[in-house]
Design a binder for this molecule. Structure first.
Ligand code: THU
Length: 139
């Protein structure tokens, strides 16, 4: 499927508006494209106990999965400090593992953006080489 990076980045920027990040002040938004062409948004949601914090990427995945989605094409992520400027943000290790659960490492594309026209694309395989996934438990 052809990925409309610009639309996905715009959606991630909108998703960031709902970020709940009173502790880090680092606001992140993500937009996840399904095989059916739907886009699910996610933002980071922090917690006073710190560890329950959920990243924007995982929020997008869990929202989509809870809606019954299982096939994904690409995810855009944007993030910057409340009073800062956009910077390139790459998914954390835990989010990469969640991607590994649902996505093909060979084709799933992560778009990290510091602006609508300023972005990098990376395959899941590059972000999580030799990843452990559902295929390892089948058969
Ligand atoms: N964060 C994300 O939501 N996604 C990333 O890719 C990197 C980090 C969040 C977690 C936490 O709320 C804040 O950014 C600072 O780490």
């Amino acid at each position: 499927m052809n990925i409309d990076c610009k639309t996905l980045i715009r959606e991630a920027i909108i998703a960031r508006e709902n970020a709940y990040a009173p502790y880090s002040d680092f606001l992140v938004g993500a937009a996840l494209l399904t095989a059916g062409g739907k886009i699910y948004r996610g933002c980071n949601i922090e917690n006073a106990a710190y560890t329950p914090t959920n990243c924007a990427e995982r929020t997008a995945f869990f929202t989509a999965a809870a809606a019954g989605e299982r096939e994904f094409i690409a995810l855009a992520v944007v993030g910057w400090k409340r009073n800062g400027v956009p910077e390139f943000v790459f998914p954390c290790g835990v989010c990469r593992q969640v991607m590994m659960e649902f996505c093909s490492p060979e084709t799933f594309t992560v778009i990290t953006a510091a602006g609508e026209d300023k972005y990098k694309t990376t395959l899941l395989r590059e972000l999580l080489p030799s990843g452990f996934g559902p295929a390892n438990l089948s058969g």
